[in-house]
Design a protein around this ligand. Structure first.
Ligand SMILES: [Zn+2]
Length: 361
């Protein structure tokens, strides 16, 4: 690194590490202003992309972070946080991820590797309305703040609203008063629509990461049924590498597997399943961040925030390094962009074709 670059980096770090910045990183506001500030201070490596508004009109801002080198041929990583309002550690971690990618490029070898290999698109707060409501009124609020057919029952669970498989399954709620209400129809919510539209426009999306809490699990698809995907082995291997790295960093034991295996329930309409089925990304993971149990559950003590961020970080760097070293996953069952059909349909079609051929030859 040149001396001038070194000085710029140091000045940047001092600025970023002001007490006000640390406070905002631990308590990110719902208006997206933290990502806006960081993007404006990061120079031409960062671009802020407004992907639309939430139900209550808050802007949803994706920050794109690149390296200094040409970005023409790079694949992309997408990271989302804050889909569930009460899981405050999720947007905290994702904002810290943005911060590290901005200030530690050219300083930390892992960050440099991650940015030299990928362009990063990061949305720290998928559900800004619910997040604000969780701060103002109900700490354990989960859904967005959309009105429903019942005046007294507000909100849709955004992580049950993606137009993926299993929306007809009984594993997401059709009742507006329940916490896992999947909405009047798949993809009904403005937050989901904005994200789906944006992700379908990202070229060469290779990795999709979603951050939730709690339980110290790394979930891999499928989540709507207890059945592995064709890429299960590669996903499990990469997930285990991340889990081992977090344990080595004193983050305790993490487990890796299907939602149905680890949580004892399947979940339909998740961003995880949707991303796997409808985008080029086959390396898709949901981190259920610490703690492992309740209490403290969703209400992590202030004193734990730093250690959770610090011990989760090696999981992300190790995961990305493992993916970089894994050959591209075959995508023979990929469904065209925008289609709500899935791989099950492809399997059926293949079986039908085989039967048809067998019967008529
Ligand atoms: Zn969640």
């Amino acid at each position: 690194m040149s001396r001038q670059r070194e000085r710029q980096s140091t000045e940047g770090q001092q600025h970023f590490r002001s007490s006000r910045r640390v406070e905002k990183l631990c308590h990110p506001p719902s208006d997206g202003s933290l990502a806006t500030e960081m993007a404006s201070e990061c120079g031409d490596r960062c671009t802020l992309i407004n992907i639309g508004q939430s139900f209550e009109g808050r802007e949803m801002k994706v920050i794109k972070i690149t390296s200094n080198s040409s970005t023409g041929n790079k694949s992309a990583v997408f990271v989302e946080g804050g889909a569930h309002a009460r899981e405050w550690i999720s947007p905290v971690f994702v904002n810290n991820l943005i911060y590290k990618l901005i200030i530690e490029y050219g300083v930390d070898s892992s960050v440099t590797l991650m940015l030299d290999n990928y362009d990063w698109y990061i949305l720290p707060l998928v559900n800004p309305d619910g997040y604000q409501y969780s701060h103002d009124s109900e700490r354990y609020w989960r859904k967005n703040r959309a009105t429903t057919i019942f005046r007294d029952c507000v909100g849709v669970d955004l992580n049950r609203n993606f137009p993926s498989f299993g929306m007809s399954d009984p594993v997401y709620s059709k009742h507006p008063c329940e916490d896992t209400y999947g909405g009047p129809f798949p993809g009904s919510e403005p937050e989901t629509k904005n994200l789906v539209k944006f992700l379908l426009g990202v070229d060469k999306l290779h990795v999709f990461l979603s951050f939730h809490s709690y339980s110290k699990m790394i979930l891999i698809p499928w989540s709507h049924k207890m059945k592995p995907t064709t890429h299960h082995s590669a996903l499990k291997t990469a997930g285990m590498a991340a889990a081992n790295a977090m344990e080595a960093a004193n983050g305790g034991k993490w487990v890796v597997g299907l939602a149905g295996e680890l949580l004892s329930y399947n979940a339909a309409g998740t961003s995880l399943d949707w991303a796997y089925a409808n985008t080029e990304a086959k390396f898709v993971f949901t981190f259920e961040m610490p703690p492992s149990r309740s209490p403290p559950g969703f209400v992590l003590p202030e004193s734990s925030i730093k250690s959770v961020v610090d011990t989760t970080w090696p999981g992300v760097t190790t995961l990305i390094k493992t993916i970089i070293n894994t050959p591209a996953l075959e995508d023979k069952y990929f469904v065209s962009k925008g289609s709500s059909k899935g791989k099950d349909m492809c399997y059926c079609e293949i079986i039908f074709m085989l039967l048809f051929t067998f019967c008529y030859i």
